[in-house]
Design a protein around this ligand. Structure first.
Ligand code: USQ
Length: 382
């Protein structure tokens, strides 16, 4: 399948590109280096130096033989979108090209506007490009479990049947996001659903939980091919952060009571979920939604696991709950359905002590690169 990855430079974009080529697909990547630029502006570099996309594509070709064409440009600009879609007419598009951080979206007005404008306009441009250049292509869109928030009822997989005054109808499951970033993902879902109804486009919307890890079957611990590994408050997800904090001797930053529960997945599972969604596509006129995670943990449970795994390396890891800079429920019910991707064939990689040990081992090798000042900044939600 000819697959275009929007946001091919990101934490998930580049590993997805390698994984899809290794599984027989023809892949091109697009990016405008927005994440690199924001990290530089905010002085929060990833733990490893990540070569630019052209360089990564050369490195990957040298080790695997697979070529990945690279398009550098801004998908907010229609001229650029047209150029890319005319040159590489895709059968499938993976859409990661969004400002991906909740704390960044809550930083200030400028960051908020950038998040809203970028995320919505890239999604809209993509929809129009599909209509104009590849009408039958399928879109695989990365949404987030955070679209649902933490309601006091079970979270269904995207949809819910509602009975009202004796009549029934199926609706999108209610969304109530907990940050502006998450809210843009809700709006994306609405945009996609609207055009699925109007134009019959085919979409899979993946409601993903926080991802952790950096090793994939393709990078095989070749550090030049590693994804961005951010551990700062803005762009690092919680488990990656805790692993780096453990190595740095920085007390684990559990926010508030630490009962916040989310659905987690290893980066390897993200790649498999995206590939399975492409290989077993949605039908024309279908918005298919999967909840993309494999197991749930509270923040306290994650901290305890990292503390335990750290002992194997002689690290004495302190857990230090701090005032929560976010506005979120710290104790809540959480029971989301997540059977759809398993039914498509996903074989989960669970969070074991061995997985944590491997992450710790790699981070320990790069301990001198950790900038402790980047770990906590306290971006407040209110
Ligand atoms: N948390 C801490 N301490 C920290 C960092 C986070 O207690 O040092 C807590 C947060 O308050 C939150 C939970 O851990 O309750 C997860 O936080 P996170 O930063 O790992 O995840 P989040 O900001 O929600 O965003 C991440 C990705 C985003 C994705 C989302 C999935 O950055 O792109 O959409 O995970 S979900 O969380 O299910 O909405």
């Amino acid at each position: 399948m000819r697959i275009l990855i929007l946001g091919g430079d990101g934490y998930l974009g580049w590993p997805t590109a390698m994984n899809l080529t290794a599984n027989g697909h023809e892949v091109a990547v697009v990016d405008n280096y927005l994440r690199r630029q924001l990290c530089r502006e905010e002085n929060v570099e990833a733990l490893f130096d990540v070569p630019n996309l052209h360089k990564r594509a050369e490195l990957w070709e040298a080790v695997s033989g697979y070529k990945i064409p690279v398009f550098i440009g801004d998908l907010n600009q229609w001229d650029f979108v047209e150029e890319v879609f005319k040159k590489f007419v895709p059968e499938g598009i993976v859409h990661y090209a969004e400002q991906p951080s909740a704390p960044y979206s809550m930083l200030d007005r400028r960051a908020a506007m950038l998040t809203v404008q970028n995320n919505l306009s890239v999604t809209a441009n993509l929809i129009f490009a599909v209509r104009q250049f590849c009408r039958n292509a399928q879109i695989v869109k990365i949404g987030t479990m955070g679209e649902y928030g933490t309601p006091n009822i079970d979270i269904e997989e995207g949809w819910i049947d509602i009975e009202h005054k004796g009549k029934k109808h199926k609706f999108l499951y209610p969304r109530q996001a907990g940050s502006l970033y998450h809210t843009t993902k809700v709006m994306d879902t609405d945009l996609l659903w609207f055009y699925v109804r109007m134009w019959g486009i085919r979409v899979t919307d993946l409601m993903q939980g926080p991802v952790y890890g950096l090793i994939t079957d393709e990078n095989k611990e070749n550090e030049q091919l590693f994804p961005f590994f951010n551990y700062d408050e803005l762009f690092g997800t919680v488990l990656n952060r805790f692993v780096v904090q453990a190595v740095a001797g920085y007390p684990l930053t559990v926010y508030g009571k630490g009962g916040q529960t989310r659905g987690y997945l290893n980066i390897k599972d993200t790649l498999n979920c995206v590939r399975l969604s492409l290989e077993k596509p949605a039908k024309p006129g279908e918005l298919r939604i999967f909840n993309q995670f494999v197991e749930t943990f509270s923040v306290n449970e994650l901290a305890e696991r990292v503390q335990r795994a750290g002992k194997q390396f002689g690290l004495s890891v302190e857990i230090k709950p701090i005032e929560n800079p976010r506005k979120e429920a710290e104790e809540h019910y959480y029971n989301p359905v997540h059977t759809g991707l398993l039914e498509l064939g996903l074989k989960p990689h669970y969070l074991t002590d061995d997985v944590l040990a491997k992450m710790l081992e790699i981070v320990i090798r790069h301990k001198e690169r950790i900038n402790k000042d980047a770990i906590f900044r306290g971006v407040k939600w209110d």
